[in-house]
Design a protein around this ligand. Structure first.
Ligand code: RIB
Ligand code: CA
Length: 344
């Protein structure tokens, strides 16, 4: 692995898996996290800001600016997902209070400032609705030429939705922003890597894998079980592992209640890992667009694999991933990072 540090900008709707994506980046020595944009989605934007600031406080990170995004999507009213991520967005976890403050500028400006500060080298990751990225693109149309690599967690390609029968959450909350971003990146020097549910739902965190993470952090704890009393607090001997376990327990319970098993799909950590190493997924280029007016299909992402539209590809769609390779990397990085905190 090269020792070059990669400037990374992360746009999140922190949420349980967004939090794990953040921690993955904290534990990745090659990542220089230059900013965090807080986007309304899993929970309201103020709560997302609090979660981002609180996670930085917990991890002892003081030099990463956090900005607040739009209170609502471009045109649709905001919908949130406390049923999935918990009332504050991090399941049963509670974060420390912090005196850290948000930037004076908003999330769209934060995208633009980061791109101008790292022209042609910035790696952008979006793991929530694309509201603030779309607003940034409206204000700075050169963004696709300033950003070296854009990875988006969103959509579902030839695969069912998780929010409607055909729409994935991030795209469903703000379909207009996704359509604008896909259109805006059509002529970019490098097409965005788009990771939909069809690939991210292969990344299923289980209690056994979460227990492996606790072991790697030097804070062993017994694997959780669907038979545990709901909301049982983590007793791990490491503050970050306790937060991750308490957050993931809520997410496990949600997936179980949905009939998907006592597990948690790590959509956003996969996006973070791929942003640092695109070789982790196999992709296929295709023209992509978003349904905006369908009564039953609004928010659906469509890939035109066969050229019906006569358009050039505007996205690299993730189609295959090796979960074991991803989890080895997640456990190594987050486990080692958590250990550094226990020595504070
Ligand atoms: O559909 C999964 C996506 O929606 C993830 O990013 C999750 O955090 C939610 O934002
Ligand atoms: Ca998210």
């Amino acid at each position: 692995m090269s020792t070059e540090r990669l400037p990374v900008f992360l746009d999140v709707d922190t949420g349980v898996d967004d939090a794990m994506a953040l921690v993955y980046l904290f534990g990745s020595p090659e990542a220089e996290l230059v900013g965090i944009a807080s986007t309304a989605g899993n929970v309201g934007v103020h709560q997302v800001c609090e979660n981002n600031l609180g996670l930085l406080e917990l991890c002892g990170i003081t030099d990463v600016p956090v900005s607040k995004g739009s209170e609502s999507p471009l045109t649709a009213p905001l919908r949130t997902a406390e049923d999935t991520h918990g009332p504050q967005g991090l399941g049963y976890a509670r974060l420390p209070a912090t005196s850290a403050r948000l930037t004076d500028h908003d999330a769209a400006q934060a995208w633009i400032r980061a791109a101008h500060a790292h022209p042609g080298t910035l790696i952008g990751i979006a793991t929530g609705p694309l509201t603030n990225l779309a607003l940034a693109l409206r204000a700075e149309p050169a963004l696709p030429r300033l950003i070296r690599r854009l990875v988006i967690m969103g959509g579902a390609f030839d695969y069912r939705g998780n929010t409607t029968p055909v729409a994935e959450w991030n795209t469903s909350v703000d379909p207009e922003s996704a359509a604008e971003v896909f259109a805006g990146w059509a002529d970019a020097p490098s097409l965005p890597i788009v990771l939909g549910l069809n690939v991210t739902e292969n990344i299923a965190l289980t209690p056994e894998l979460l227990s492996r993470l606790a072991d790697a952090a030097g804070a062993p704890s017994a694997p959780m079980s669907v038979h545990d009393t709901r909301g049982t607090a983590s007793a791990a001997g490491n503050a970050l592992i306790r937060v991750l376990e308490d957050a993931m327990r809520f997410y496990f319970e949600f997936h179980h209640d949905q009939g998907e098993g006592y597990l948690a799909h790590l959509h956003d950590p996969l996006a973070a890992a791929v942003a640092l190493d695109p070789e982790l997924v196999a992709c296929r280029a295709a023209p992509v667009d978003v349904e905006l007016t369908g009564t039953l299909t609004r928010g659906m992402t469509i890939a035109d694999w066969s050229g019906h539209w006569g358009r050039e590809p505007n996205a690299l769609i993730g189609v295959e991933v090796d979960p074991a390779a991803f989890f080895d990397r997640l456990i190594d990085r987050v486990g080692a990072f958590a250990q550094t905190l226990s020595r504070r």
